[in-house]
Design a protein around this ligand. Structure first.
Ligand code: GLN
Length: 240
């Protein structure tokens, strides 16, 4: 472990953005909680290291690995070729997709209806890439969105507030948070059921400096999938 060099051999600093329920959010005790946090702690236990969670903005996470402030990221982060230039990704631990949220009276029913519309997203996320018409992410909705006006917010919830207040026409965000936000704001917003998305894979990002750490995380993840602990955490945090 790179952490050994600093003398703190038993601490692994892992970054997250605790604004993305049910994967990470601030729990009742004021500390980060959620599926990812529980999974990472179980991985740490398996590895015999203590996990120290560092909460920061989503778009700062990769830079924090590059500058050595953290050794890994668990943040519902999708495996992506561009990000692979800066970090290594573990084996996948969850399959998600994108969902489109609109106000209840919206006439948006298919992906093409989003062309020319105002869309709020969380900055630097795959939802941002899709909304911005990034050709690498065209496969997600099966179309490259044209002439959209994208509002990039720090949190997913801020994007939802933009939508509720009528400042944008839609929000594009990962499926599980979309369901949480839709449920919590059911009087005002809904998921566009007619828009189907391809899947993307969440993985733990690890510093490129430490191949050994990547291998250990993958080994621990494999054990947790085999011994039922992964399923237990899934059941605890994610409604099936
Ligand atoms: N899965 C999306 C991404 O990796 C969103 C992650 C997030 O907002 N925490 O970009």
């Amino acid at each position: 472990l790179a952490a050994c060099d600093s003398g703190k051999s038993n601490v692994l600093k892992i970054g997250t953005n605790a604004e993305f329920p049910p994967f990470e959010y601030i729990g009742d005790d004021g500390n980060p909680d959620g599926f990812d946090i529980a999974l990472m702690k179980a991985i740490g236990e398996q590895m015999g290291v203590e996990i120290q969670i560092e909460n920061m903005e989503f778009k700062s996470l990769i830079g924090a690995i590059e500058s050595g402030n953290i050794q890994g990221i668990i943040a519902a982060m999708t495996v992506d070729d561009e990000r692979k230039k800066s970090v290594n990704f573990s084996d996948g631990y969850y399959e998600a997709h994108q969902m489109v949220l609109v106000r209840k009276d919206s006439d948006i029913t298919k992906a093409e209806d989003l062309n020319g519309k105002k869309i709020a997203v969380q900055e630097g996320t795959t939802g941002d890439f899709v909304a911005s018409g990034d050709p690498d992410w065209e496969y997600i909705l099966g179309t490259s969105l044209q002439n959209t006006e994208v509002s990039r917010m720090k949190k997913g919830l801020d994007a939802v507030i933009e939508l509720k207040n009528g400042r944008v026409d839609a929000v594009i965000i990962d499926s599980n948070p979309a369901q949480v936000f839709a449920k919590e704001n059911a009087d005002d917003i809904k998921i566009v059921e007619g828009i189907q998305s391809e899947t993307e894979t969440y993985a733990i990002a690890v510093t490129k400096e430490d191949e050994d750490l990547l291998n250990k995380i993958n080994a621990a993840l494999k054990t947790l999938k085999e011994n039922g602990k992964y399923d237990e955490i899934l059941k605890q945090y994610i409604e099936q």
